[in-house]
Design a binder for this molecule. Sequence first.
Ligand SMILES: Cc1ncc(COP(=O)(O)O)c(C=O)c1O
Length: 453
Amino acid sequence: MATIQLKTPIPGPKSMALAERRRIAVPRGLSIGTPVYVAKAEDAWLEDVDGNRYLDFAGGIGCLNVGHRREPVVAAIKAQLDRFLHTCVQVTPYESYVRLAELMNQATPGKFPKKTLFVNSGAEAVENAVKIARAHTGRSGIIAFEDAFHGRTMMTLALTSKTHPYKAGFAPFPGDVYRIPYAYCYRCSYSLKYPACDLFCARHLEDTFKRVVASEDVAAVIAEPVLGEGGFVVPPKDFFRVLIDICHKHGVLFIADEVQSGFGRTGRLFASEYYGIEPDIVATAKSLGGGLPLAAITGRAEIMDAPGPGGLGGTFAGNPLSCTAGLAVLDIFERENLLDRAKELGERFQKRARQWQKQWPIVGDIRGLGGMQAIELVRSTDKREPAADETKQVTQYCYEHGLITISAGSYSNVVRVLVPLVITNEQMDEGMDVLHSALQMVYERKGAIAQPV
Ligand SMILES: Cc1ncc(COP(=O)(O)O)c(C=O)c1O
């Protein structure tokens, strides 16, 4: 039986009534992609307040790698509810925090001694990674990338690249942040081609240290191993190795923002493993908490110990419910083959998407690692003009046909797939059938502008 079941025109009457209440009560800055109000969710589907059932290809923006309401996660949270809810770890600590830190120290790339700090969100993890890097190096500069997304707090907005809607109107941002091009080969900032480019973009960091900011003033380079919000861009395999070699030659730390690419999404627990790199600091969040707010900063022990006692923390940071959920998530990854499943899902998606690319030139690029997959839509294959309106039409069509998707990309022309890794093959195919029809609809409607080469 199909998972998608639409019983009312959507949004249904109850969702519409809630949307009106929300319009009055909640600022418009909190935009909503899919205006149906959730009543319940399980594994890879969710049901709205009008009884319509959807397939979830967004997973709460990559927070549900182990699935909605996975039984071990729910059981762990319920057990914790019966023990205690909040003490603040800085006042009276608890074992789950320490145990999860021990496991994170083992699980993140690199065999060296590590330490882990827990906070509440991805942005808070990145903020703390910057604080720790500055405290350790005694330097202030941070180098981030074009197309990067690191969060919505002031420092993370300074590191984030996309202007609208994230940065416009919110300046000034904290200073001493510099930006260099990412290895976005489909839209190379230097108009070069890999491998002939010899990773010019990574090697150019040396030039940045000469012409933009002195290396002795730079604390860290921060990068997403796979761009999330920036459009699921996967750099060539040796990009980060070259970059990190230059960083370390100059005493600059490398921070991997694995907030979106981490926790099994790419077929490895951390995408850094795919490149064979060992970041000095790793920021994780999203799927770590299995649906609860939890983020971590894990790094070399001597770096993590740079801030003095009281320099790090937060009232709710690493709260007991989230830590206990995080332990259950790690246990699921240990017991279930979700990493292999992520790879299978990626292959399944790519196989089908390659057909779409052959059929409809609006599908400009297909890329991803494991379960982190995307298609970039263009108005023409030669000029690669971003097809932002068409992307909106694709996600709208999907939603109207019961598939929840989200877009991405600096040009808002990427459809990204972040399915819970517990999705069945039948559900995956059902979702891709909807995506297929959406692309066909948009291509046929816009056929005149999407010419084959
Ligand atoms: C790579 C990356 N870093 C940081 C963040 C910010 O995380 P949060 O929204 O939990 O603050 C995100 C959120 O999407 C992200 O994708």
